[in-house]
Ligand binder design. Sequence first.
Ligand SMILES: [Zn+2]
Length: 230
Amino acid sequence: MVNKTIKGQFLYVINKILNFAYPDKCIVCNKIIYDTLDFAICRYCIGDFYIFDREICENNFEKNKGFSMFLYTENIRKLIHAFKYDDCGYYAKVLGIKMGEFFMKQNLFSADLIIPVPIHKKRRRKRGFNQSDILAKEFSRVLGIPVDYNSLVRKKNTIVQFGLNKEERIENLKDAFMIVNKEKLIGKSIIIIDDIYTTGATINECRKTIQSIGVQEIYYFTLSSTNDIC
Ligand SMILES: [Zn+2]
């Protein structure tokens, strides 16, 4: 009993020292968080986060064969921008875990394989990583479903979709992907992972490419979606 108390006090002190040395910072506004919150996001910033409820997820799954975790609000935009362009890839790690937990809670479907939306090798070299790979890796860890990083390849270095309308996005992504390991995907049910679902053009082009080799069950799950009604 005495030992337990001493051990407890020791851990408490160590924890305080570590917190002092490395305080948690809000991943949106970068201010120090003094009280521990889920997501390492401060109370002010988390007010902007809208997590989809079960009914919306179910409706979207029926309609589009997939669903998203967050509505794409201003703070989610900042967060995605930070991990894509400001060398903060570690944010994607936290969010990938959250995606896994959220997906499990919704329990709408399961699959054999996870495929992150690939980026072109030139863009990967420039950015240093593919954000969807990181989301998929952590998502996979939570769910225990393997990730296939290599079978779907982005062969076309498309221009950034931002600012394009739906038709332009479809045109921009036409024949952008290809399959290199056909035998790895045949007969599997697949979840495509991405950060944002906007018009669905990217997910649909990936789906079309995978479907072209005869795979039938293809779903998606994204971190965020710009559509609040499904
Ligand atoms: Zn904040």
